[in-house]
Design a protein around this ligand. Structure first.
Ligand SMILES: Cc1cc2nc3c(=O)[nH]c(=O)nc-3n(C[C@H](O)[C@H](O)[C@H](O)COP(=O)(O)OP(=O)(O)OC[C@H]3O[C@@H](n4cnc5c(N)ncnc54)[C@H](O)[C@@H]3O)c2cc1C
Length: 287
């Protein structure tokens, strides 16, 4: 339970952090809230020789509106998401999901940047980012680039981040006002990662689903966008047959690990149930 030895660095600008990461090479890792990285270090599953702490960089914090985009600095904590009026108004699904992450201690330290950059299939925010068509600003020795969340996740703990790059912000197009949303998460106990979870954002017109996006957490080695499941409900009033179709289409793309949270068939089955529950709750909330 004691990490290996490492050097600690605390830059005060993104440029300095990038330079440190470039100079120190493979041995260096950015440190955000530390609530995924430090447990891995204590288990010696990660043994970085250098930690580049991002807390001294003021520009990485905060939530702002830029036209139709909500821009969230990477070092914004889950607790800050929960307290934000802008998020409550534009992106309430982020608050619903953040409230289901671990416990207040973790939420005070854990950041949105760390949660989405980590690449852990169990993290809750990545599937929401796919559902909301978010993009990530990555800055590194080669400059800045924007990568769609849908292009970012390549495998468990394997992302589009290049060596020396830092994720500096997340941009999310604000969904239409009156949209319905829900994040349904089955977990073994309070504070646990998802056994299966589903995010839904939809709009309703004339009593029928007009648009819909569905994301899945911890049901594959990467977060998933359940496109066929969403198509199955568009144009319907969420009758039993279309809900069943959506659950089957979502289950067809799931390939969860068999682990302490349950065998594959169980996790796929409850994954389908999370999709149905999230669709129903989002539909009920849409105006
Ligand atoms: C008991 C417990 C329960 C938890 N339960 C859940 C849960 O149910 N759902 C959930 O989603 N999470 C859960 N977490 C994880 C928590 O949300 C973490 O805070 C989050 O996964 C990582 O964010 P962080 O800021 O702590 O990042 P860190 O732990 O500091 O970093 C995580 C990884 O991302 C990299 N990184 C961090 N920031 C950046 C950046 N800006 N750019 C590039 N790379 C970066 C780091 O180098 C590291 O590899 C839990 C944690 C604990 C301890």
């Amino acid at each position: 339970m004691i990490p290996g030895s490492f050097s600690y660095h605390r830059p005060t600008s993104v440029a300095d952090a990038i330079k440190l990461l470039a100079d120190l090479g493979d041995e260096a890792r950015p440190l955000a809230g530390g609530h995924s990285l430090v447990p891995m270090m204590k288990l010696r599953l990660a043994t970085p020789g250098h930690l580049v702490d991002l807390h001294g960089i003021a520009g990485l914090k905060g939530i702002r509106r830029d036209g139709n985009q909500v821009v969230i600095g990477a070092m914004t904590t889950q607790h800050e998401l929960l307290g934000s009026d802008e998020i409550a108004k534009s992106l309430p699904i982020l608050q619903e999901a953040a409230a289901l992450i671990a416990d207040p201690q973790v939420r005070y330290r854990g950041t949105i940047g760390g949660n989405v950059a980590n690449g852990d299939p169990g993290n809750d925010m990545p599937a929401l980012m796919l559902t909301l068509s978010a993009s990530y600003r990555l800055e590194g020795p080669g400059g800045a680039r924007d990568v769609a969340a849908s292009e970012f996740y390549q495998g468990a703990y394997f992302t589009a981040l290049e060596p020396g790059e830092i994720l500096t912000s997340v941009s999310i197009p604000a969904p239409a006002s009156g949209h319905g949303h829900a994040y349904e998460k089955l977990k073994r106990k309070v504070g646990d990662y998802a056994t299966a979870a589903a995010a839904v954002v939809l709009t309703v017109s004339g009593g029928k689903v007009a648009s819909c996006a569905i994301g899945l957490t911890n049901l594959h080695e990467t977060p998933l966008l359940a496109t066929d499941a969403a198509k199955a409900v568009i144009g319907t009033s969420l009758d039993a047959a279309s809900l069943k179709k959506a659950a089957s289409a979502a289950e067809a793309i799931m390939s969860p690990a068999s682990d302490a949270r349950g065998p594959v068939e169980y996790r796929k089955h409850v994954g389908g149930i999370m999709v149905v529950r999230a669709l129903q709750r989002a539909f009920g909330r849409a105006k």
